[in-house]
Design a protein around this ligand. Structure first.
Ligand SMILES: *Cc1c(COP(=O)(O)O)cnc(C)c1O
Length: 375
């Protein structure tokens, strides 16, 4: 999708906020604990490369991404820090990863076996992190037997593999309810006791684990959502846990009214006429739609037009939507769809709450048509 640079609509990313969030987190980590900045999914929609550079300048010593291509994007941008791919990469791409000094997550013995031949044909070792499924049921070793067999296999194949890490991921580090979290800690520690290799990094912490479970910092933290200034403990309807330092949101989304008109009693607004004017009403048109990631379910959400919050009326279209104005306002009046102020009525979290999801999802669905402006 092309970047719409000839439309007045921008995702604005405050790199100062990102720098501050990274610095605050790094400064509270115990000595020896590193911070890897998680910049998967284009930096949660914020832009992977600018976020990664800012994080590195402020104390992050490595990066995590979801897929190999995201790691290659960082390498192409000249970033030479360690990078870990958190998802499962196909064995056929093991050589590409090792050529680019990218570390891969491995969760099965068969994966090691399938990638061995290709790796034998080149001199570089592949760096791997052993993924442990301690209860997330997503990826990783579960059974003792397979884990031990993989350890033995790695000891027999030191020319091909360097075991750089061992890690797990928690399903519920973001709530005050800690039973399942503690169960996962137990499972992870059990598998750790079976290690027959010596990983450099043992790691378990995403943002929520690092912020709310201080005992779990270990050798590195995989800090994602916190970089962007968003509280991981903010599921719709839940009571949020409070981070130990103030995190500052980095993203705002702004545009301007592209059209303004008065409509009269009985006129419908947008597809399906789900909104019908009850009298003479001023309606503004905003040039952003679901093709920008501004989801249809945000109908009814209030955005800030000038200084006034105005409700979205009628269905959100692919490229435009309408708001009900209190009175006539000029074309070009600024419209703030998402505010970087976490307590604003139109914060990212408020938008996520409105549509029953989490701010992670709202942020990473903003498409490439919206230009990212860094300041
Ligand atoms: C996405 C992800 C993270 C980062 O999670 P946040 O909640 O954004 O901090 C850490 N570890 C793994 C395995 C992940 O998939």
């Amino acid at each position: 999708m092309v970047v719409a640079s000839h439309r007045n609509a921008q995702l604005k990313i405050n790199l100062g906020a990102i720098a501050q969030n990274v610095k605050n987190e790094v400064s509270r980590l115990p000595g020896g604990t590193q911070m890897f900045a998680v910049v998967k999914a284009n930096g949660y929609g914020h832009g992977a490369v600018p976020v990664a550079k800012t994080a590195a300048e402020n104390g992050a010593t490595g990066f995590c991404v979801a897929v190999l291509d995201e790691a290659l994007e960082l390498r192409q941008a000249g970033l030479d820090q360690p990078i870990l791919v958190l998802g499962i990469t196909e064995p056929k791409d093991a050589v590409l990863a090792s050529e680019n000094n990218v570390s891969l997550s491995v969760g099965s013995l068969s994966w090691l076996q399938e990638s061995t031949n290709d790796l034998q044909e080149q001199t570089k070792q592949l760096k791997i992190h052993l993924a442990i499924d301690s209860g997330m049921s997503r990826i990783g070793f579960i059974e003792d037997e397979e884990f031990v067999a993989a350890n033995d296999y790695l000891n027999d194949h030191q020319a091909e593999f360097e075991v750089e890490g061992m890690f797990t991921h928690f399903a519920s580090a973001d709530t005050a309810q800690t039973d399942y979290f503690n169960y996962q800690v137990g499972r992870f520690n059990h598998l750790k006791s079976l290690l027959r290799v010596e990983p450099k990094y043992i790691h378990v912490a995403n943002t929520a684990t690092s912020l709310f479970h201080e005992a779990c910092h270990s050798d590195l933290v995989r800090f994602g959502i916190g970089i962007y200034g968003l509280n991981p403990s903010s599921a719709p309807g839940a009571t949020d846990l409070v981070p130990p330092f103030e995190i500052k949101p980095a993203l705002s989304l702004t545009t301007a009214l592209s059209f303004v008109k008065q409509i009269h009693k009985g006129s419908g607004v947008s597809y399906g006429s789900t909104y019908v004017a009850e009298g003479d009403e001023w309606i503004g048109t905003v040039p952003v739609g679901y093709a920008d990631g501004w989801q249809r379910s945000l109908q009814g959400f209030e955005v800030k037009v000038g200084d006034i919050y105005c409700p979205i009326v009628g269905r959100i279209c692919m490229d435009q939507f309408m708001v009900k104005l209190p009175n006539e306002l000029p074309v070009g009046t600024p419209v703030e769809l998402i505010s970087a102020n976490p307590t604003a009525k139109n914060s990212l979290k408020a938008a996520a709450d409105k549509i029953g999801t989490i701010h992670y999802e709202v942020a990473c669905l903003f498409t490439s048509r919206l230009p990212r402006i860094y300041y």
